[in-house]
Write a protein that binds this ligand. Structure first.
Ligand code: EPZ
Length: 421
């Protein structure tokens, strides 16, 4: 089992590059492999475990994929394999993205029901409801979802759940609707940048999607989609993680390849906490000229504060003066990292969907455990700021969503070693 040994007391200084967006690449690769009639080429693709797992799922369906130097070549499926097996789907929930495209392209799909994970039960009722709205017959038996339809038929639907819009359901239904007969209107659609990037990719394949970036998407069905070439947007959450890493180490870091409009709420909250952000058209310089102060943060769907930055800002606020309150409104169980931060000397109290953080003057290194990819990232960041050594275990979580994390951070002053015990 690999671990990261993080030497504390390091101050980050220099330029750190942002890789391609994991949560954009995953649905885009599915669209390219299942919906397209020709080869697609994706640029700016990060070399992540999740990307490799998805490629294995797509190869299992009959596609051919090759990732080389951040470029992913995808040759679509060309036979009627329509099953995404448990052993792959259990590794990565985003495998559910093949459900809608398979029904749209082949008229049927058999996809293992994705399990829950450390941050909550992760239901897929909106995915299923959306497909039923499009006329698919969907049943769940022995842990598998079976879906079929002669041809999907466009319709109007409201795709909002009790926690707001669903990124995954919006992606799944939007992809399925591109080949449906007639027009589909999705109200309550997710507006995350990676949903917009997927929509732009689908239109480049010949789809007809309007309302991109808004909560109402109109998709006029077409008969065929062709392969295309596309450069994936940069990863806002990776960039936000680096901004927090720069701030928590009281460093002077330029995060390259990101724009403020990709991270409006994160920028606003970091400035409110006392971080200085100097944006230009290719990135942002992060410094902390004054003591950080406690703030309140509520996670919400885009354009609100992203849940995928909740762990990271919690780590930063552990060292802010005063008290901060974080309300996690998107996932039902996304505070596991709080106990690990408390092991490092933080003072965090949990109360349902709220975390109350009382600032402390310093953190101290300790052995800690990553529970999901963002929790792992904040433990590395806290370890860099802490006194002494922090050993982060279950690093496989981090590798799912961060490309060469320790190399990137060591290049700007961190002291992180990966060991295999
Ligand atoms: C995507 O997950 C991201 N994953 C998550 O990022 C991210 O936390 C989440 O969106 C919210 O932004 C990928 O893009 C691969 P949702 P997803 O459907 O699609 C509820 C990371 O760190 N819901 O937007 O699964 C759900 O329980 C990962 O990169 C239903 O109730 O999230 C949650 O409370 C972690 N029914 C809320 O909606 C459904 O059918 C938002 O979930 C689907 C979701």
């Amino acid at each position: 089992m690999e671990k990261l040994i993080v030497k504390g007391g390091t101050r980050l200084e220099g330029t750190i590059p942002t890789s391609g967006c994991k949560n954009a690449v995953l649905p885009i690769a599915v669209a390219a492999a299942i919906l397209g009639d020709g080869v697609s080429v994706l640029h700016n693709v990060p070399n992540l475990t999740d990307v490799n797992t998805l490629c294995a799922v797509l190869e299992g369906l009959g596609a051919t994929t090759k990732l080389k130097n951040s470029t992913l070549y995808i040759e679509p499926i060309n036979h009627l394999e329509y099953e995404a097996p448990y052993e792959l789907v259990r590794k990565m929930r985003a495998s559910i993205y093949v459900l809608g495209p398979l029904v749209a392209k082949l008229g049927k799909a058999k996809v293992s029901f994705p399990g829950g994970c450390a941050i909550g039960p992760r239901p897929i009722d909106l995915h299923i409801r959306g497909l039923e709205h499009l006329g698919a017959d969907v049943t769940v038996q022995q842990g598998y979802i079976y879906a079929q339809a002669e041809r999907l038929t466009g319709t109007e639907m409201y795709l909002m759940g009790q926690h707001g819009p669903s990124v995954g359901a919006t992606a799944n239904i939007m992809m399925a609707a591109t080949l449906a007969k007639g027009t589909t209107v999705i109200r309550g659609a997710a507006r995350e940048a990676h949903i917009s990037d997927l929509a732009h990719f689908l239109n480049a394949m010949g789809a007809d999607i309007e309302g991109i970036g808004t909560s109402v998407l109109t998709i006029r069905g077409v008969k065929h989609l062709h392969g295309t070439e596309h450069s994936v947007i940069s990863d806002d959450i990776e960039a936000g993680t680096f901004m927090v890493a720069g701030a928590i180490t009281n460093g002077d870091v330029y995060v390259e390849g990101i724009t403020e409009r990709q991270l409006p709420a994160v920028s606003e909250k970091l400035v409110e906490a006392g971080v200085e952000l100097d944006w230009d058209n290719n990135g942002v310089r992060v410094t902390t000229p004054r003591e950080l102060r406690g703030i309140d943060v509520t996670t919400e769907p885009f354009p609100g504060f992203p849940t995928d930055m909740q762990a990271q800002i919690m780590g930063l606020l552990c060292l802010a003066s005063g008290t901060s309150v974080i309300s996690e409104n998107v996932h039902t169980d996304r505070f596991i990292h709080a106990a690990e931060l408390n092991r490092m000397g933080a003072d965090i109290m949990l109360d349902g969907s709220k975390a109350v953080i009382t600032g402390v003057s310093k953190l101290s290194g300790a052995p800690v455990m990553a529970s999901d990819l963002r929790a792992g990232a904040v433990l590395v960041a806290a370890g860099m700021a802490a006194a002494g050594e922090t050993v982060v275990s279950r690093v496989y979580h981090i590798d799912r969503g961060y490309e060469s994390l320790e190399e990137k951070l060591n290049n700007i002053g961190a002291n992180i070693t990966r060991v295999n015990d």
